[in-house]
Design a protein around this ligand. Structure first.
Ligand code: IVH
Length: 674
C-alpha cells in the first residue's frame, strides 16, 4: 500500500508546518479542528503501520518514555556564562573596555537581546536531525535531557537544511502556563513552584517524559556553539540563519550602533517587560562582529565581548494588614507580615517573614503601613521598608507579646539571641512544627505527609505527638479534606515503611536541639541503639568526634525528660525501629560517603533543595558545610547566579558541583522536594 505511505509522509509534513506556524512563528495558520483531523488520520495510519513511524512524526512529541536517570554529557565547547552589569555605569564601563580592546576609532556595533529567565540548554543536530539535548550543568558537564526536550513543540526535530550544528538557547515556561500549572498544583495540595524558572527546571528533570510534555515549555535559541564556517561574519547574521533553519529566535533582538542605543533598548524593555508572555531578568549585550569577538576574547568563565544587564529586583508597594506570630519548632517566635496580595516576580505574595522585633523597629514598620516588597534572590518575599509618607495616622506600632500566642507561657530572650522563645516543651505550636520536621525528607521521610496534612491532623486533634502518627486509622484519615481512599492507603503505607528507618533518621527527626543530621548519624553509628544513646553520659558523648559540649549537654538534658521516655516507649510499641541498620563504619561503601571528611561550601540559588536540606544531605554523607571558600575547601556546590565564591573556587581549582550532582546522592531520587 505505497499510496498510504505517501499520504503518511504528506501528513507529517503538513502537521509539522502547522506546528511551526503555531509554536515557532506564533502565527497559527489553521483552525484547531483542521490540525486535529489531520492528527487523527496520522495516528490511524501509525496504528496500522507502526514500523513506518518516523522520528519527526508529531505523535512522537507526547512523551511516554520513562527514564531511569539522566546521563552526563560533556560539552565539546564549554557553555559559558556572562558577567553582570547592574546599572548604566556598568554598561558604560563595559563599552569602554570593548573600545580599549578593539582600538580607538574602530567601528563596532552591539546586538541587544532579552535575557530570558529559564534554563540554558544545548541542542545537537546531525545532518539536520535532532540528536541530543542537554542542560548547561556546570558549563563543562551537563545532563542528557534529549527525551524531555523532544516534547518541546518549538524545537524542530528536523531542520530545514541537512547540516550538523550545536545550538544553544534558553528553555522557559511562559507566564500563562506557569500560572495554570501552579493553580492546578494548589488544587491538588502539591507544593507550588516559586517562579517559572524553577518550574521549567523541575519539568526538564522529570523522569516521566509524559509529564514534561504537558508542561508547555518553550525555547529561544541565542547562539551557536561554534560559528565555524557557517559563512556568517556577525552574530546577528548567525541568528537570522538559525531562524532560516526553522529554529525559534526571539524577535525583540536589535542591533544597536552605540552604547546610547543600547541604553535606550534597556530602558524600553525595563518598562515593557511585564507585557511579555515570558519572564525576562535582564538584557544581554553582545559585540556583533564575530572577528571582533575573538579579538576581545574570554575570561575563564565568560566572554569579554558580552555582558548581562540585570534588572533590579522588582519592588512593589502593598499594605501590611497585620503582623501574625508563628511559633517555630524550637520555640522561636517569628513575626510574619500579612499583606494585601500582590504580584511580585512571577507569583502572588501575601505573607513575608519580618524576622524579629529589632528589624521591625529598624525599618520602622507599623501595622497598616504601606510597605515595599521584593523577593530576595527572586524567591523569598521580603518587606524592604515602610513608606511613612503614606501614613494616615491609623497605623499602629507593633510590640512583641510577653506570652506565647499559642500556649500562653511566658516568652524568654536567651542570652546573645535577638529572638524571643517559648520554652514550654508542650506548646502545641512547637509540637506541630516538630512533627513537620519529623516527617520531612531528611528525617523520617514520610511521603504524602506535607505541612498541610500535618496541620489538618492537628486541627482535627488526630495527633498530639509524633508517636500518634503510628496509630492513625484509615477511617480517621478519610475525614480529612482532600484525602481519598487512594491517598490514605499510600500515606499509611509510607508511615508503615518509615518504621524500618535506621536509627539516625529517628534521632534527627526527634528534633533534639543542636543535633543535626550529621551528629544524629554519628550517634547512631557509635551507640547502635536508642537505649544506648539514652544512657550515654556527658563524657561518653563528648568522646565522639563531631559532638561538642553544648550538643552533649543538650542530648543528656533531652533524655532526662520523663516525657521523652514515654514518647520513646510509644514509638517502640508502634514498632518503630530503634537500632542502627546502616552499614558499619568500616564497611560503608565509598559511594555512600562521598563527603567523608570533606569541607563543602554551598553558593548561589539552589532550585530543588532548600539550603538546610542540602546541608543535611551533605552532613548525612559525612561532610561538613562551611560558609566561605578557602584552600581547605574540598567541593563547592554552585547553584544559579553563584558569585564571588564560585570565582574563588575556580581560582583555587576546587572541584565545582552543580545542584544536580548533589541530587544524585539524595536517597529515593526523583520527584519534587518540598
Ligand atoms: S548568551 C557565551 N543570550 O543567561 C554567552 N544568554 O549568564 C552565552 N540567557 O547562561 C549566553 N537569555 O542561560 C545569552 N539572549 C541570551 C540569553 C542568555 C538568557 C541566559 C543563559 C546564560 C545566562 C548568562
Amino acid at each position: 500500500m505505497m499510496g498510504d505511505k505517501k499520504r503518511y509522509e504528506a501528513l507529517i509534513e503538513e502537521l509539522n508546518q502547522y506546528s511551526y506556524d503555531y509554536y515557532v512563528q506564533d502565527n497559527p495558520s489553521v483552525e484547531d479542528v483542521v490540525y486535529d483531523k489531520a492528527m487523527q488520520e496520522l495516528l490511524k495510519i501509525e496504528e496500522a503501520h507502526p514500523d513506518w513511524i518516523t522520528v519527526d512524526s508529531p505523535s512522537q512529541r507526547v512523551g511516554g518514555e520513562i527514564l531511569e536517570g539522566f546521563q552526563k554529557v560533556t560539552h565539546k565547547t564549554p557553555m559559558l556564562s556572562l558577567g553582570n552589569a547592574f546599572g548604566e555605569d556598568d554598561l558604560r564601563d563595559f563599552d569602554r573596555r570593548i573600545q580599549d580592546r578593539i582600538g580607538d576609532g574602530t567601528e563596532y556595533e552591539y546586538m541587544c537581546e532579552l535575557k530570558i529567565d529559564g534554563l540554558a540548554v544545548s541542542l545537537i543536530y546531525e545532518n539536520g536531525e535532532y540528536r541530543q539535548g542537554a542542560t548547561r550543568g556546570d558549563g563543562t558537564t551537563g545532563e542528557d535531557i534529549t527525551a524531555n526536550l523532544r516534547t518541546v513543540r518549538s524545537i524542530p526535530i528536523k531542520l530545514k537544511e541537512t547540516l550538523s550544528i550545536e545550538v544553544r538557547g534558553e528553555t522557559y515556561m511562559p507566564k500563562k502556563s506557569f500560572q495554570k500549572l501552579n493553580g492546578a498544583r494548589e488544587e491538588e495540595g502539591l507544593p507550588l513552584f516559586a517562579n517559572p524558572r524553577n518550574a521549567a527546571a523541575g519539568s526538564l528533570r522529570q523522569l516521566d517524559t509524559k509529564i514534561a510534555a504537558k508542561r508547555n515549555l518553550d525555547i529561544f535559541l541565542y547562539s551557536v556553539a561554534d560559528f565555524g564556517d557557517m559563512g556568517v561574519t556577525k552574530h546577528s547574521e548567525g541568528l537570522d540563519y538559525l531562524e532560516k533553519l526553522g529554529l525559534k529566535v526571539n524577535k525583540e533582538r536589535r542591533v544597536c550602533k552605540n552604547i546610547e542605543e543600547v541604553l535606550a533598548y534597556v530602558e524600553e524593555w525595563t518598562a515593557k517587560r511585564s507585557d511579555l508572555a515570558y519572564e525576562i531578568d535582564g538584557i544581554v549585550v553582545k559585540l556583533n562582529d564575530l572577528r571582533q569577538q575573538e579579538e576581545v576574547g574570554y575570561t575563564v568563565k565568560s566572554p569579554r565581548w558580552a555582558i548581562a544587564y540585570k534588572f533590579p529586583a522588582e519592588e512593589v508597594p502593598t499594605v501590611l494588614r497585620d503582623i501574625e506570630l508563628r511559633v517555630g519548632r524550637t520555640g522561636v517566635i517569628t513575626p510574619t507580615a500579612i499583606l494585601d496580595p500582590v504580584h511580585v516576580a512571577g507569583t502572588t505574595v501575601s505573607r513575608a517573614s519580618l524576622h524579629n522585633e529589632d528589624l521591625i523597629k529598624q525599618k520602622d514598620i507599623r501595622i497598616k503601613d504601606t510597605v515595599m516588597i521584593k523577593k530576595a534572590g527572586d524567591i523569598i518575599p521580603e518587606v524592604i521598608r515602610s513608606l511613612p509618607e503614606k501614613r494616615t495616622g491609623s497605623e499602629e506600632e507593633f510590640h512583641m507579646p510577653v506570652h506565647c500566642p499559642e500556649c500562653g507561657s511566658e516568652l524568654v530572650r536567651l542570652e546573645g539571641e535577638v529572638a524571643l522563645r517559648c520554652i514550654n516543651p508542650k506548646c502545641p505550636a512547637q509540637l506541630k512544627e516538630g512533627l513537620i520536621h519529623f516527617v520531612s525528607r531528611s528525617a523520617m521521610n514520610i511521603d504524602g505527609l506535607g505541612e498541610k496534612v500535618v496541620r489538618q491532623l492537628f486541627t482535627h486533634e488526630l495527633i498530639h505527638d509524633v508517636a500518634d502518627l503510628y496509630f492513625l486509622s484509615k477511617e480517621e484519615l478519610l475525614q480529612l479534606e482532600r484525602m481519598g481512599e487512594k491517598s490514605v492507603t499510600n500515606l499509611l503505607a509510607a508511615i508503615e515503611k518509615s518504621k524500618q528507618n535506621s536509627l539516625e533518621r529517628l534521632l534527627f527527626g526527634l528534633g533534639i536541639r543542636h543535633v543535626g543530621a550529621k551528629a544524629a548519624r554519628s550517634l547512631a553509628i557509635h551507640f547502635e541503639t536508642m537505649d544506648n544513646v539514652k544512657e550515654a553520659s556527658l563524657e561518653d558523648l563528648i568522646a565522639i568526634n563531631d559532638i561538642g559540649e553544648i550538643m552533649a549537654d543538650s542530648i543528656v538534658t533531652y533524655f532526662e525528660n520523663e516525657e521523652v521516655h514515654s514518647l520513646l516507649q510509644e514509638l517502640e510499641r508502634a514498632g518503630v525501629n530503634m537500632t542502627y541498620t546502616g552499614p558499619r563504619l568500616e564497611e560503608v561503601p565509598e559511594e555512600d560517603l562521598v563527603f567523608a571528611g570533606k569541607k563543602v561550601v554551598l553558593t548561589g540559588k539552589l532550585e530543588q533543595l532548600k539550603r538546610d536540606e542540602a546541608k543535611a544531605l551533605i552532613e548525612s554523607l559525612g561532610g561538613s558545610v562551611s560558609g566561605s571558600v578557602s584552600k581547605n575547601t574540598d567541593i563547592v556546590v554552585a547553584g544559579s547566579d553563584a558569585g564571588s565564591k564560585l570565582e574563588k573556587a575556580e581560582e583555587l581549582s576546587i572541584p565545582i558541583w552543580s545542584e544536580n550532582d548533589l541530587l544524585e546522592y539524595l536517597p529515593d531520587e526523583g520527584g519534587l522536594i518540598k
